[in-house]
Structures are given as C-alpha cells and as structure tokens.
Ligand binder design. Structure first.
Ligand code: GLC
Ligand code: MG
Length: 561
C-alpha cells in the first residue's frame, strides 16, 4: 500500500466525517409525526456545536440530507415534483436558509441529495411531456412506441422489480423508468433537459449548499437505439434485474461525460463536493471509473463493499485492500456501513460465528469505519446502535416504491432502517411530541435502552465511543490522511493495521473473538504507544506494544515517529 496525501491539500470532504440524515424520521419540531427542517436545526448542537471539546456533540463535519424537495413521497422524496421548493412536510425555503446558516456557523457543511435521473410523474415536466407526442417537452423522457405485438419496447427492467416500461394511454406509448413507474427517467440526451438540470444545480449552489450526493448517477444516459440488454449466460429468470448485462441502460460512456460536466459546474464554485452512487452490480472495479480518467468526475464514489461483506476480519480486510489498490492515484476512497436502502449493519451482521458480543461488533465496526483511509459516512442512529425495526405492520409501511417481481417475490423492505431517531425515553423516543399522531414509522421498541440522552451520560456507551473516535481523527493527521498498512496477512481473529505519516503512526488493534495472542506478520518496532481510544485500556496511558489482546478489544494507539 502506501497511498497518502499532501497535508497542505487537506479537503473537508476527505478528512471530515459526513452524517446522513433521513429527514422524515430525524426530528419533528411541529408534532405532526414527520421530521422537518426546524427539527434538524434544533438538533444541530448534538451533531456539532462548534466546540472541539463539547460534552454533547458527536463532532461531525457535514450533513448529507436525503431529499427535501417537493415530492408525492412514493419513494419518500426520491421522486421530486419541484426541484426549486422544499416539501411542505419539511418546511420552507426560509427554513432551509436558516438550516444552512445555522449549520455553517457551527462548521457543518450541507450536502443535498440530487435526484435527477428521474422526476416524479407528478412533476410539471412529465405532466406536460405526457400530453402529446409533439409538445415542447415531448422528448424530455424516454418515450417509445409499443413493440409490433403491442408489448413493451425492449427487455429493460426496473431495479425495483418487473418491466421498466409503463404504457401511457394518451400518447399510446411507453415511458421508461429505472425505478418505480411513478419515477419516469429524464432524457439526458435532450439539450433542454440538460439545461434545466444544470439550472437546478446552480440554483442550490448559489444558495450556498456545499455539494451534492448524486442519486443513481450511473444510469443517467441510455442507449439511443434502445437495444436489448443481453441476458447473462445460464440465467433462468430473464426478468430478474441482476440476470441482465446492463449494457444499454447503465454506465454508458456518455454517463461519464455528463458527470464531468456536473463536476465542471461544481468546480466553478469554491470548495464544493460531488459525491455519487455508482451502483454497478457491486463491481468495485467498474465503480472506480466514476472518479474519472483525470479525477474529473466524482470526488467520492459510493460502492457497497461493507454492506455486502460478512462480519469476518479476513473478508473486511480484503475489501479495504481492494479499495486501496484500485482507488486511482489522486482520488480518495469513501466507506459507509449503513444507509437508507439497506438493513443496518447491527441487523445484518448477526449470523456469524464470532459475534457473541453485539456491542463489540458495534465498537469494532465504528473503529474500522473511522480509522481506515477514506471519508466515513455515518447513517443517523448508527452512533447509538440503532437496529432495524422488523415488526412494522403492513399497513404502516411507507416504502411504496419497491415493486413485486413477476415471481411474486418482494425485495426486502427498506423501512426497517428508516425508523425515528431515538433521542430519549419520552413519548415517540423524543422524535415527535405529537401524542395523538403516529410517527412516520413506528419507533423501535428498544428506544428506552438505546437513545442519545442515556448514552451521552454513560461513559462506556457506543455513542461515547463514536465521539472519541471522531475526536481522535480530528486530532491525528495519521488518521486523517496517513497511509494504510495491514500488519496481519491472513486475519482470522484479529485485525491490526497502521496509519502513518512522516510525523505520526497510529496502530489499530481489533479482536473479533476471545483469542488473546496477537500474532503480527509485518515487523513493527517495539516502541511504546499512547492509548487514544479503547474499550479496554485507559485512554492517555503509555503502553508497550501489546502481545495479548482482551476479548473483543478495540484499541487505537498512537506515537510520534
Ligand atoms: C437511490 C436511492 C434510493 C431510491 C433510488 C431511486 O438508489 O438511494 O433510496 O429509491 O435511488 O431514486
Ligand atoms: Mg413535522
């Protein structure tokens, strides 16, 4: 390994910690049971009050807000009906400006989710486009005539299940949607569409946002001949999204050109970031293309290595090594454990041989995320150990976007990981004071045990472990931009790795088991170390290089070189 970074070029999106908020369930200020912008403003001090030694703050540097634009909420905001306005549910543009200025005062950056692969079918653009075949917006979406037999124009599928084509009676044509039929894909090949999208981008940059997370940014462009996707060799179910080679509806060469153009616009403004979802069949190698040939596309490209990993040290390390090897020179890696589309990691990593200790898993995964080389993203509630709510009654399900496949199979529901943030043990976990309204999704029953108020008071809580790790990162240049190097080649029970700059070395030791003897393969000089963060050792103490670990120990040590 050995990639590091010039400290003079430190960027906030490389060394900072980014926190994803799902606005519907983060904090409700007006008691209607739904989260809102004023609610987020009230919680900013919890995220970062601007004091590096704060007793109450998590200490994050930036917020990524899942969509807050006007939306009929079929896909909970990922179906925008007006890019220039804030959803009434969340508040107003004035509230947004206040959120922006209150955040900036505390040193928190604001990143918006930009959902421009598709709009809602209730967006005025789509309403106009679907009126006729020859109106000014008639080609703003992907309209195609039926096949000669009246069926769908080609075999493209929806990622959410079933065909990607929906018939429109008025036009007697089909339109294409990568996701739900209420989310028609925009035709990026049309210059007016592009112009309209770039106007949206500038509108928010001019307003002062610090960057975007591009939703579904690998599927913007489509084959202009709408050719059939080849079906994978041996696949029995041709109508399963994962059984096609997405040659013609995903990751087209033009797609990279489009992202480059967005990046050019971003670069006209000072210090803004471009993040994107790359979403290439989990093929990490392909995803790195989204950094661009000359690092001129995304600053940070999301891939799903930890979400798709089992809780096993060798596997996790392999993912880190892969990413270290293939992240292009000059580009910067990024990692996350959880987001709003997948089960939370403490709910995923339950079927493993070494996981008799859930707090240990939570501490170890926090330490990995916050001490490897790359920008960490936290998903709200992860820091207090929130798990999925698996008991949401069917009539309270809010995720209406996912469609049943032809075989009748439903993809796993996403609502479990989207339940209200657990602030305290009051009614609705302190998320909403509305006693007579149901919160957007039911609060997880464990809220009396797992909540911010309680965990802030408990020195040994997961929340305080996260706070210590984030603070340690802030104060350590090795953790922010040092090289990563593993000390164990074939990890079975332990992970041991270093982060290193000229001046400093950080040593991270993680025990996944009861195995005490630490066997390191790489030479490491027998110096003494200062304990930075640990669930077993006294912080601040100077210790010898450990040869034995405590069961499930997680320790981050440092020394000056
Ligand atoms: C992205 C979002 C997901 C949404 C989809 C369609 O994958 O993360 O929540 O449903 O795009 O916008
Ligand atoms: Mg509200």
């Amino acid at each position: 390994m050995g990639k590091s970074r010039n400290p003079n070029a430190e960027k906030w999106w490389e060394t900072g910690v980014i926190y994803q908020i799902y606005p519907l369930t983060f904090a409700d200020s007006d008691g209607d049971g739904i989260g809102d912008l004023q609610g987020i403003i009230k919680k900013l001090d919890y995220l970062n009050d601007g004091d590096p030694d704060s007793e109450i703050s998590l200490g994050i540097d930036a917020i990524w807000l899942s969509p807050i634009n006007q939306s009929p909420m079929i896909d909970n905001g990922y179906d925008v009906s007006d890019y220039y306005d804030i959803s009434d549910t969340f508040g107003s543009l004035e509230d947004f400006d206040l959120l922006l200025s209150e955040s900036h005062q505390r040193g928190i950056k604001i990143i918006l989710d930009l959902v421009v692969n598709h709009t809602s079918n209730q967006h005025s653009w789509f309403i106009a486009s679907s009126q006729s075949k020859d109106n000014p917006k008639s080609n703003w979406y992907h309209w195609q005539d039926p096949a000669p037999d009246g069926g769908v124009p080609n075999n493209w599928l929806s990622y959410f299940g079933g065909t990607g084509w929906t018939f429109n009676e008025v036009r007697q044509q089909y339109y294409y949607h990568t996701f739900n039929e209420n989310q028609p894909d925009l035709n990026w090949g049309h210059s007016d569409v592009k112009r309209a999208i770039f106007q949206v981008i500038r509108f928010w940059l001019d307003r002062g946002v610090d960057g975007f997370r591009l939703d579904a940014s690998s599927v913007y462009s489509k084959d202009k001949y709408y050719r059939y996707n080849p079906v994978k060799f041996g696949a029995t179910d041709k109508n399963n999204y994962n059984n096609q080679h997405h040659l013609y509806d995903k990751n087209q060469p033009e797609n990279h050109h489009l992202i480059r153009e967005i990046r050019n616009t971003i670069d006209e403004y000072e210090d803004r970031v471009l993040i994107g979802e790359t979403f290439i069949d989990n093929r990490l190698y392909d995803s790195t293309m989204f950094y661009g040939v000359n690092n001129d596309e995304l600053h940070l490209a999301f891939t799903f290595e930890f979400p798709f990993s089992p809780w096993y040290p060798g596997y996790l390390q392999r993912e880190i090594i892969k990413k270290e090897l293939i992240t292009p020179e000059g580009a910067w890696p990024t990692y996350f454990l959880d987001n709003h589309d997948i089960p939370r990691h403490l709910s995923r990593w339950i079927e493993c041989s070494l996981c008799t200790n859930p707090l240990g898993i939570a501490q170890a995964s926090a330490a990995i995320l916050l001490t490897i080389r790359g920008t960490p993203f936290l998903y709200y509630g992860q820091e207090i150990g929130m798990v999925d709510n698996l008991d949401i009654p069917p009539d309270q399900i809010k995720d209406k976007a996912i469609i049943k496949s032809d075989s009748g199979e439903l993809p796993p529901p996403r609502d479990g990981a989207r339940t209200p943030m657990q602030w305290n043990d009051d009614v609705n976990a302190g998320f909403s004071f509305g006693k007579d309204v149901d919160p957007w999704l039911p609060v997880n029953e464990n809220y009396t045990e797992k909540n911010v108020e309680k965990e802030l008071k408990d020195r040994h809580s997961l929340l305080n472990f996260y706070r210590q790790l984030i603070k340690a990162r802030k104060n350590s240049e090795a953790l922010r931009f040092g090289r990563w190097n593993s000390l164990i080649h074939y990890p079975y029970e332990h992970l041991a790795y270093t982060r290193k700059t000229e001046a400093e070395t950080v040593l991270v030791l993680i025990n996944f088991s009861y195995e005490k003897d630490l066997t390191i393969d790489e030479y490491i000089a027998p110096y003494t170390w200062e304990v930075l963060v640990s669930n077993e050792r006294e912080v601040g103490k100077i210790i010898d290089l450990p040869s034995k670990l405590y069961p499930f120990e997680v320790s981050v040590l440092r020394r000056d070189n």
